[in-house]
Design a protein around this ligand. Structure first.
Ligand code: 5GP
Ligand code: MG
Ligand code: MG
Length: 180
């Protein structure tokens, strides 16, 4: 375990099994279609990579990078597109892949945007869900794990751009935030 991590919430093995399970569910759902998987950068990268390799059907991939106005820990709901998709959304079956849903404001913005762009269908797959943090009316279709209202890092999730490369999900030691 990394020395900055206080505890591991979800192990590498648990994540691996879950990606297999979710990939199989998506295969069943999309095997007659050609879905467009939309990864939300940067956090969804490891999850998207693992989930797509467990999908046994054709799937196209593209990426969005969005940043939300507001401070580091609270999103304001106003979202800025940093990198847009290269792919046309109209008529496509979208699978949005996220690392975590907290307030739901980022996803709510993306879902509205893709509806406006006339997607045929939109499903949300998230590795983690923090239901306690929710302010927007948004619900994922597939959830890997529910997590408590704690700040988590690893497997794509960062603190000040660090820890995204950890293969598990964990909680940082308080001293890393400048606390004791
Ligand atoms: P939302 O718009 O749902 O409040 O924000 C979701 C985004 O906030 C996530 O994609 C992620 O970047 C960030 N976020 C929310 N909770 C956590 C957390 O516990 N740890 C980390 N590292 N990022 C989080
Ligand atoms: Mg994210
Ligand atoms: Mg972040």
């Amino acid at each position: 375990m990394h020395e900055d991590i206080e505890k591991v919430l979800i192990s590498e093995e648990e994540i691996k099994l879950k990606c297999k399970e979710l990939g199989q569910q998506l295969t069943e759902e999309y095997k007659e279609k050609f879905p467009l998987a939309v990864g939300v950068l940067k956090g969804a990268l490891p999850f998207m990579s693992d989930i797509l390799r467990n999908m046994d059907c054709h799937v196209e991939m593209d990426f969005m990078d969005v940043s939300s106005y507001g401070n580091e820990t609270k999103s304001s709901g106003e979202v800025k597109i940093v990198k847009d998709l290269n792919t046309k959304v109209e008529g496509r079956d979208l699978v949005i892949i996220e690392d975590i849903i907290d307030s739901g404001l980022t996803l709510s913005y993306l879902v509205d945007l893709f509806k406006y762009r006339k997607a045929n269908s939109i499903k949300i797959v998230t590795l983690l869900d923090k239901p306690e943090g929710r302010t927007a009316n948004i619900k994922a279709d597939l959830v890997g794990f529910n997590v408590p209202n704690e700040f988590v890092v690893g497997y794509g999730l960062d603190y000040a751009e660090r820890y995204r490369n950890l293969p598990y999900i964990g909680v940082l030691k308080p001293k890393i935030y400048g606390g004791e």
